[in-house]
Design a protein around this ligand. Structure first.
Ligand code: NZQ
Ligand code: ZN
Length: 392
């Protein structure tokens, strides 16, 4: 087990009707003016925005509204949000939505907390935020884990760069998780969310650190629960227990619990960010679904036993002691079959793109030669391009 720090300060309010208390929750932290940040309209259609504003009104908390976040949120919109916060003397940001809304809120919070600094330099790691406005969330989609994570992912449309960085400033102050708010998430986004939740744990699981048995078992347990809940939510969108399992798993999968004691890099996420950075209409979970199994087949020969353990413990595959590689590949096949059963793409072709940008995406993924993607073997641009082509 590697040395690690574990810091997950976000207070979670979980369960039915919890969002109705948001006014009192905000006030309990001493904030009296918030910016409500939201997406392209789902919170209006479902009536959630009215419920939130009415709770804030009742508690005497003032607010300004700022919507319009698109999936794969942009730097340009976040910059507008920073101006509003400064002009309106906003004390905290309340993000009501999925990962895109929450990440946009985190980026705005970084900008407001560090006046005079270019927030994009935080994403290119030339600078780091010293502080940030507090962010609270009301989550409407179980997927990204941004409601508890230290990460924030933003696309700079100039050049199509999608970049993320981790900072303690990104841990939300609180997150309100009411699984009922996810009943309206459609089949496709539910599938994307299920894949993303699994991937946050899988990318921690498939790393080289040894002797991390407790973390392994937590990861395997989480994966089994998510696989089962994902199947149910796909068929019965209003199944509370399945939605609740996905929601809580989404938070635990990316709050670092399932990676404790492991060195984590998340290579497939890096490859996916190039994909949805280049093609912003591609949903993050769909990109991961199209890439994961090709990455896994590429690196599997260097970690056959680890993949075999996953196959046996998560998918109940039979262990072939003479040839663990056979078991390992059976686990990858089972994962692929599962993603397909949720209607998720398992090839890049299904995302409606051509193969002409794979070389460029691979170069960008190595930050033009400044890094490789580790885990089992170091992937440089040629190997990354090979994986994109395998996934096509
Ligand atoms: O914009 P609205 O109208 O709200 O619609 C959204 C959007 O179209 C819709 N939706 C959300 N909640 C809904 C709903 N529709 C009906 N009912 C509801 N209750 O779903 C669509 C997708 O939303 P989005 O927020 O984009 O999805 P997700 O939560 O998957 O977030 C994806 C973003 O998070 C980043 C991804 O790269 C991507 O940009 N990630 C952030 C991470 C982090 N900060 O820790 C980690 C992840 O690995 C990921 O990279
Ligand atoms: Zn993800």
């Amino acid at each position: 087990m590697e040395n690690f720090e574990f810091y997950t300060p976000t207070k979670v309010y979980f369960g039915k009707d919890m969002h109705r208390q948001v006014g009192e929750i905000v006030k309990s932290y001493g904030y009296l003016k918030v910016m409500i940040h939201y997406g392209s309209g789902s919170v209006k259609r479902t009536g959630l925005l009215d419920e939130v504003t009415s709770s804030l009104d009742k508690s005497g908390v003032e607010y300004v509204l700022f919507g319009g976040v698109q999936p794969n949120p942009t730097l340009a919109l976040a910059r507008k949000g920073m101006e509003i916060c400064e002009k309106e003397s906003v004390e905290m940001i309340l993000a009501v939505g999925g990962g895109s809304v929450i990440d946009s809120a985190k980026c705005i919070a970084d900008g407001v907390g560090n006046p005079g600094k270019d927030v994009w330099k935080f994403f290119t790691k030339e600078d780091a935020p010293a502080k940030a406005l507090p962010v609270g969330t009301i989550l409407t989609l179980a997927a990204s884990g941004s409601e508890m994570s230290a990460s924030c992912v933003i696309t700079n449309e100039e050049g199509g760069f999608k970049r993320g960085f981790n900072s303690p400033t990104h841990r939300p102050l609180f997150s309100i998780l009411n699984p009922e708010l996810t009943y309206t998430v459609n089949k496709f986004q539910t599938g994307c969310g299920t894949v993303d939740i699994m991937m946050h744990t899988l990318e921690r699981y498939f790393t080289v650190s040894r002797n991390v048995d407790l973390t392994d078992r937590l990861a395997e347990g989480l994966l089994k629960s998510v696989i089962s809940a994902g199947r149910i939510a796909d068929q019965k969108p209003e199944d509370y227990e399945a939605r609740a399992t996905l929601m809580w798993a989404g938070s635990l999968s990316h709050n670092d619990l399932t990676g404790a004691g492991r060195n984590v890099f998340m290579a497939v996420h890096q490859m996916e960010h190039e994909l949805s950075g280049m093609y912003p209409r591609i949903a993050h979970g769909a990109g991961l679904s199209a890439l994961f199994c090709s990455w896994a087949r590429f690196v599997c020969p260097y970690a056959a036993e680890r993949f075999a353990q996953y196959a046996v413990r998560v998918w109940n595959c039979e262990m072939n002691f003479e040839d663990p590689m056979k078991t390992a590949l059976a686990g990858i096949d089972a994962t692929e079959e599962y993603f397909r059963s949720l209607g998720m793409p398992t090839s890049l072709r299904e995302l409606g793109i051509t193969d002409e940008k794979f070389g460029e995406m691979a170069e960008k993924c190595t930050f033009f030669g400044e890094r490789t993607l580790p885990d089992f073997i170091d992937l440089d641009a040629p190997e990354i391009e090979t994986i994109y082509r395998m996934a096509y």
